[in-house]
Design a protein around this ligand. Structure first.
Ligand SMILES: Nc1ncnc2c1ncn2[C@@H]1O[C@H](COP(=O)(O)OP(=O)(O)OP(=O)(O)O)[C@@H](O)[C@H]1O
Length: 247
C-alpha cells in the first residue's frame, strides 16, 4: 500500500478533527469527498508530512515516518498541492516550479527538462517566463499543479485542484489525472462529484473526521435512491451515505 493510515487522530485544541480514521490507498486515482469542515484538508496535510498526527499510525510508501531520514526520503517522492499556497510574486512561472524541484532534492541536471515537461502538462509552457503575479487565478493553480508533479511523485496529493479552472481546463486536467494515476497513487479532494465520477477509480467520503464510505464511484452512485437530494446518481449516493452515517 502506498498509503496506510490506521486510527488517525488529529486535534486542534479540544476539537477532534480526525477521529480514528482508517484509509488504505494504492496506485490509481482516488477521490476524497466530504462536506466543509469534514477533515479533508487536515488529512491531506498529515499525508503531505506537513501536520503531525496526535494519534494512530501513518505509513507512506511503505515506511513509517519515524525520523528525519524517512521524512526526506518520502518528501522526494511526494507531490502536494495545498488548498491555498503562496509564492514569490516576482518569480517567473519557471522559477516557481524550479524552486520546488530543488526543494524536493531533484538532481540538478534533470530539473530543466522536468520543469518544462510539468509546465507542458498543465498547458503553461507558453507562460513559463511570465511572472507568477501576472497569471490569472486558474493559471496560478495550474502552476501549483506543475510544482506538485515536477518530480514524478509516487504519491500525489491534490487539495481542490480544479477550483477556479475553466471547463476546458477541467477536462484537460481530468485526462492528466488518469495519466498520472497509471504509475502513482493520486488523492484528489474536491467538491465536484462529477470530477470523481469521471476521473477517479475509487472514492472515499469523510464526514466528521471519519471515513464513512470507500468504494468505486459506481458503488457510491448505487447507494442513492430517488428520494435523495442531488442532480446526478452520484450526488444522490453522496447524500444517502451522509444521511446513513449521521443516523
Ligand atoms: N489551524 C486550525 N486551527 C483550528 N481548527 C482548525 C484548523 N484547521 C482546521 N481546523 C478545523 O478542523 C476542521 C476540519 O477542517 P478541514 O480544513 O480539514 O476541512 P475540509 O474537509 O478540508 O473542509 P473544506 O471542504 O471546507 O475545505 C474544521 O472544523 C476546521 O475549523
Amino acid at each position: 500500500m502506498t498509503v496506510a493510515v490506521e486510527e488517525l487522530t488529529v486535534r486542534y485544541g479540544r476539537r477532534v478533527v480526525l477521529n480514528g480514521l482508517d484509509l488504505a490507498l494504492d496506485t490509481g486515482v482516488h477521490g476524497l469527498l466530504g462536506p466543509n469542515g469534514a477533515g479533508k484538508t487536515t488529512l491531506m496535510r498529515v499525508l503531505a508530512t506537513v501536520a503531525p498526527p496526535n494519534g494512530g499510525g501513518v505509513r507512506l510508501l511503505g515506511s513509517a515516518i519515524t525520523g528525519e531520514k524517512e521524512l526526506r526520503a518520502v518528501r522526494r517522492q511526494l507531490g502536494y498541492l495545498p488548498q491555498t499556497f503562496g509564492f514569490y510574486p516576482r518569480f517567473t512561472v519557471r522559477e516557481f516550479v524550479e524552486y520546488f524541484a530543488w526543494l524536493k532534492e531533484m538532481p540538478a541536471a534533470r530539473i530543466p527538462v522536468a520543469v518544462d515537461r510539468a509546465l507542458e502538462r498543465v498547458g503553461l509552457l507558453d507562460r513559463a517566463d511570465d511572472r507568477m503575479k501576472t497569471l490569472s487565478g486558474g493559471m496560478q493553480r495550474r502552476a501549483g499543479i506543475a510544482q506538485a508533479i515536477v518530480n514524478d511523485p509516487r504519491l500525489l496529493l491534490l487539495d481542490e485542484p480544479t477550483a477556479g479552472l475553466d471547463p476546458e481546463q477541467r477536462v484537460a486536467f481530468r485526462s492528466l489525472l488518469r495519466e498520472l494515476g497509471v504509475d502513482a497513487c493520486v488523492l484528489v479532494s474536491t467538491h465536484l462529484v462529477e470530477d470523481v465520477a469521471v476521473a477517479c477509480e475509487r472514492v472515499s467520503l469523510v464526514d466528521g473526521g471519519r471515513l464513512v464510505f470507500s468504494g468505486t464511484p459506481a458503488q457510491l452512485a448505487a447507494a442513492g435512491g430517488d428520494g435523495d437530494a442531488g442532480d446526478s446518481a452520484i450526488e444522490r449516493g453522496y447524500t444517502a451515505v451522509l444521511r446513513a452515517a449521521r443516523a
